[in-house]
Design a protein around this ligand. Structure first.
Ligand code: KG4
Ligand code: ZN
Length: 365
């Protein structure tokens, strides 16, 4: 049973450290979307308006619980989503000071992600949609990561995006709100997954400064204090051949060159966006910046707290879809979550067949 105050009663202070517009209680004249995210281990919700003002936000992270069990146990994640979703949605609405009846639509992540987690967000959202009689906008989690940058920066289509998170590593050309060309993806596991495994092996949870941090965040935090010359670590895949289509280095570099060669991106000032949890890492950003400088591109990344999972990116994707008139459902009959779901049209074979020679680039940070 959902209990939502007609006019949201509790007025929360906005959380600190936002570099984007956060205007709780602002007079709204625009379309407003409630976004709900439960695809993995964060229960998150936000209310965002058409101009990108974040009117309210709330998030409950399960990181601490999953760190103790050494990884996400889906049934535990599901229970925690169930325990928190009502409160989190209520907090986001209360902070926004809008009445739920003023929402233009409800947008929720339905793909890809953990089945049990996605299910909680979807069934909660569908009840709310029925109760408030609002349109429903199903959201693709990775598309939402990719378009977050358009909330914080003025970025036109097309742009290249590198999505690096706990579950994915994707390179795509973003041509429109739901028009993606997949250029390539990781050979094996996602970078966030790898960092989490390394952190676990090093028992970083036992480090007093890192006990509540995700693996990737803990590694970045400790690496800043370390001596980078202590071990001679070779860059990954450095022995792979680079002079044929099987070349394994400089994948992002190759994607930039491919897009320019095919006139899919402008020759000058093309934009590379990096997003997803691992893109909050400043070492990764610096490496990408060296690449974009060498290829006359501009690197743009959302602020770290918008790179990791959040409700704002889901609400914003709802706004993007509402503005473009794409995927707005007035009938929710038969809507299902999809744990596995590709991103866009896969042209990675074509990229490989183009056999583009990638020049050597020294990445020294
Ligand atoms: O996008 P995200 O919040 O969730 C998924 O969609 O997967 O990404 C979570 C991943 C985790 O693997 C976490 O270890 C990693 O992002 N991560 C980081 C940092 N903060 C989070 N990796 C490197 N550096 C960070 N600062
Ligand atoms: Zn994510």
């Amino acid at each position: 049973m959902l209990i939502l105050n007609k006019t949201a009663g509790v007025f929360l202070k906005p959380s600190k450290g936002k570099s984007f517009n956060f205007h709780p209680g602002t007079l709204f004249l625009h379309k407003i979307v409630l976004g709900i995210e439960t695809s993995c281990d964060d229960t998150a919700a936000a209310v965002v308006d058409e101009t990108g003002n974040v009117l309210g936000e709330a998030i409950h992270s399960q990181t601490e619980v999953h760190l103790k069990t050494g990884g996400i146990v889906p049934a535990v994640a599901q229970q925690l989503h169930r325990d928190n979703i009502q409160r989190i949605v209520q907090e986001a609405l209360s902070a926004s000071r809008i009445s739920p009846s003023d929402l233009s639509a409800i947008a929720t992540t339905i793909k890809p992600g953990l089945a049990l987690s996605l299910g909680v967000g979807l069934s909660f959202s569908l009840q709310l949609v029925g109760q408030l009689k609002k349109p429903f906008i199903p959201i693709h989690h990775m598309e939402a990561h990719a378009l977050t940058i358009r909330l914080t920066n003025k970025v036109e289509f097309p742009f290249l995006v590198l999505l690096i998170s706990g579950g994915h590593c994707l390179l795509a050309l973003v041509q429109g709100v739901s028009d993606f060309l997949l250029l390539g993806k990781s050979l094996d596991i996602a970078p966030g997954d790898m960092l989490d495994k390394v952190a676990r092996r090093l028992s970083l949870i036992k480090h007093p400064e890192c006990s509540t941090m995700s693996g990737g965040k803990a590694i970045e935090h400790l690496a800043k204090q370390g001596n980078r010359f202590h071990f001679d670590i070779k860059p990954p895949l450095h022995r792979a051949k680079t002079n044929n289509e099987k070349g394994k280095r400089g994948r992002t570099h190759r994607a930039i060159l491919f897009c320019k060669q095919r006139d899919l991106l402008p020759q000058n000032n093309a934009v590379l966006v990096a997003s997803g949890g691992v893109a909050s890492n400043f070492y990764v950003r610096r490496a990408l910046e060296i690449l974009t400088n060498a290829t006359q591109c501009t690197l743009l990344c959302p602020p770290p707290r918008l790179c990791t999972d959040n409700g704002i990116m889901i609400a914003w994707n709802g706004i993007e879809r509402l503005r473009a008139g794409l995927g707005i459902l007035h009938d929710i009959e038969g809507i299902r979550y999809e744990p596995k779901c590709p991103l866009g049209v896969d042209i990675s074979k074509e990229v490989g067949e183009a056999a583009i020679k990638v020049p050597q680039l020294k990445i020294e940070i």
